[in-house]
Design a protein around this ligand. Structure first.
Ligand SMILES: [Zn+2]
Length: 480
């Protein structure tokens, strides 16, 4: 048993394990201490030449889901595609730590109803025995890709946009290719090492601006909050080549505006294609808290007007540069998953939610308060990396603050994951209002606090840090 496993996985009867009691005041110090300990104990720099762990395996599969025919595009007003600018994909990663598996899919589409996620999760459970908690489906938020499935919550915000029928044929194609891709990936698992690091890119900018009237509108706000960190995970094969690179960065898929009718992965699709061409390594892009973050060139009628290829330098080269500078490599992997449902008050005066979303809303015992039941997922790799995800367009200040207070050396936020339940702005954003607060959010001013409290409590909980949730998951282990 390696030193890493003894110290970090905190198995029972392990005299190396340490219990941590936190107060919010202590978090920064604990984070520094835990970070230092973990880096000393668990991460061995420069291990790319060392043999890979025989128990940690991964696989990557990419499936082209570009439609052959014109499709209704999602993002902006309803419009039909005319031609293709660049192709769109499911990017599928499977991780296997020798005990259980984790399935991550990133698809080049705009948003998904959480009921569509639930439907595919149930198909995967039935067909392959995959526990839904171990299947995360993220979308890149390109505004130039087809609609998939039922509208979901947007139907409550803008009913008139969804007067056309659901495209059942394309939806089935997207679902079936995802399941086939996962099956294919399971058959391709191979030993790997995992590198983790940070990059930095100024390809995004805060998009909420206001004049003297203080009313928020879309624009570019150089003084506004941003998140310019790129969270990087690199899966390296036994021969040293890269199986796949995962880049987590917050940016709206809106370089192309409503005038564009060509299918495209937008900025994230273009950058993925560029990185793959330049390095030979597939790039899986996972969006972050982009609720208030636009690309620096935004909403143009075509790719050249939108300087789309300049993002290859602004973001693509930054991802490549950061991937070369990954020094933290995990040679022994254990991972754990968890979930918390955050119940937070629902904005009053909202129209009825579609019946297929009933699991995502509830009412207080006295019948006076409606709630949004917001599913937050967690994924921990050793005690080095914590990923939390939400079906949200989150304001970046919230995930920045959680990252700052997390005890893990690497805390990533995956946005637009497992569905879409609207924008979740900061409490402060209510002062300036605007689209994200008044038009497309089902939340109240207390949502920021509710979300932060729950996520931080979970990240710092004994259950999460000491595998208790992991052990529970293991009992109903994914079929192998
Ligand atoms: Zn958006």
């Amino acid at each position: 048993m390696s030193c890493c496993r003894r110290n970090i996985c905190r198995e029972k009867n392990n005299n190396c394990s340490f219990n941590i009691c936190f107060t919010m005041m202590d978090i920064k110090h604990v984070k520094m201490l835990v970070g230092a300990l973990l880096i000393l104990v668990c991460i061995k720099p420069g291990l790319f030449a060392a043999p890979v762990s025989p128990t940690f395996k991964a696989a990557f599969v990419s499936i082209d889901i570009t439609p052959d025919e014109p499709k209704m595009l999602l993002g902006y007003a309803a419009r039909k595609s005319e031609g293709i600018h660049d192709r769109i994909y499911h990017k599928i990663v499977v991780l296997d730590d020798g005990i259980s598996r984790f399935f991550l899919v990133s698809t080049d589409i705009c948003v998904l109803s959480p009921s569509e996620y639930d439907h595919v999760a149930s198909l995967l459970k039935k067909k392959l025995g995959i526990d839904p908690q171990q299947f995360w489906w993220s979308v890149t938020h390109t505004h130039s890709a087809p609609e998939v499935g039922v509208p979901g919550l947007p139907e409550s915000f803008m009913k008139e946009r969804y007067e056309h029928a659901v495209d059942v044929q394309y939806t089935t194609f997207v679902e079936q290719t995802l399941i086939q891709g996962i099956e294919e990936a399971i058959g391709k698992l191979e030993p790997v090492r995992l590198g983790v690091g940070w990059g930095f890119s100024q390809a995004n900018i805060n998009r909420r601006t206001w004049g003297e009237n203080k009313k928020a509108a879309f624009g570019m706000n150089p003084d506004g909050a941003v998140d310019r960190k790129i969270g990087l995970l690199r899966l390296e094969k036994a021969d040293g080549s890269t199986l796949a690179l995962l880049a987590n960065y917050a940016i709206h898929g809106t370089v192309l505006g409503p005038g564009n009718l060509k299918i495209s992965g937008d900025v994230t699709g273009t950058v993925a294609e560029y990185v793959e061409k330049k390095t030979g390594a597939p790039l899986v892009f996972i969006n972050g808290a982009a609720g208030n973050l636009a690309p620096v060139y935004s909403v143009y009628p075509n790719p050249s007007a939108g300087h789309l290829d300049q993002f290859n330098v602004l973001l693509g080269d930054r991802i490549i540069e950061a991937s070369k500078n990954i020094h933290d490599v995990l040679d022994s992997i254990r991972f754990y998953t968890g979930e918390v449902i955050v119940k937070t008050p629902r904005k009053s005066g909202m129209t009825e939610w579609p019946s297929y979303l009933k699991k995502y809303t509830s009412v207080s015992g006295d019948g006076k308060t409606n709630y949004v039941n917001l599913p937050i997922r967690f994924f921990r790799i050793n005690n080095t990396i914590a990923v939390w995800s939400a079906p949200l367009e989150l304001f970046c200040e919230i995930s920045n603050s959680i990252r700052d207070q997390s005890p893990f050396p690497y805390t990533f936020y995956f946005g637009y994951t497992n569905g879409w339940l609207g924008y979740l702005p900061t409490a402060k954003a209510w002062e300036n209002g605007g689209y994200e607060v008044h038009t497309v959010s089902p939340y109240t001013i207390s949502a920021e606090k509710d979300l932060k409290d729950h996520v931080l409590t979970y990240l710092l909980s004994d259950a999460f840090l000491n595998n208790k949730t992991g052990d529970m998951n293991r009992k109903k282990k994914t079929k192998k």
